[in-house]
Write a protein that binds this ligand. Structure first.
Ligand code: IMP
Ligand code: MG
Length: 183
């Protein structure tokens, strides 16, 4: 399907993301100091770039696992259930776990994921999101750490997609939809 015409404007430069990840890494190290092997749970697919950069800044022994859940698309509010498309490979019972998400928007995804992981009885369950759009929240949920709070705009890059594209941009950009040109 052709996408509506759009352009991408820089919003958060790669250098600012890197600097913020340094700060977040120090806070996560402090929280998990003494943990034997922290389990990093990345939510596919949007978190893959963030995880790659974050784990390399952590002076902790970590294990990396991934979870993929269905997005609810344009479903009505009552159908905003998420299903597991790809489950974790490892057990998290009794372990210290950090869930890594790209964006918290309405909050439904993170809320469901935390519910299903909590049922597996981890020792500690914490969350970090690179981006947060608090003005869009529909359910009460907060990540323990947030890289950047952003306004209600559609963003791409640094792992985050628009129709599966643009994940490879090294910065976060806002998508501007352009009126089609007159013939
Ligand atoms: P939530 O369940 O509404 O919080 O949605 C979270 C998911 O929606 C994120 O993990 C993203 O995959 C997707 N999402 C939310 N906002 C954006 C955006 O601005 N650009 C791309 N994907 C987004
Ligand atoms: Mg996501």
């Amino acid at each position: 399907m052709p996408q509506p015409r759009h352009k991408i404007e820089p919003m958060i430069p790669a250098s600012a993301i890197a600097a913020r990840i340094d700060e977040l890494a120090r806070e996560i190290e402090a929280e998990f100091a003494g943990t034997d092997k922290l389990v990093i749970v990345g939510l596919l697919r949007g978190s893959f770039v963030f995880i790659a950069d974050l784990v390399r800044k952590l002076r902790l022994n970590v294990e990396v696992d991934f979870l993929e859940v269905s997005s609810y698309g344009d479903g009505t509010e009552s159908s905003r259930e998420v299903r597991i498309l790809k489950d974790l490979r490892g057990e998290i019972g009794g372990r210290d776990v950090l869930v890594v998400e790209d964006i918290v928007d309405t909050g439904h995804t993170l809320k469901h994921v935390l519910g299903l992981l909590r049922a597996r009885k981890p020792e500690r369950l914490r969350t970090i999101a690179l981006l947060d759009k608090p003005s869009r929240r529909e359910v009460e949920i907060r990540a323990d750490w947030v890289g950047f709070e952003i306004p209600d705009e559609f963003v791409v890059g640094y792992g985050i997609d628009y129709a599966q594209g643009n994940r490879n941009l090294p910065y976060i950009g806002r998508v501007r939809f352009v009126e089609s040109a007159q013939p």
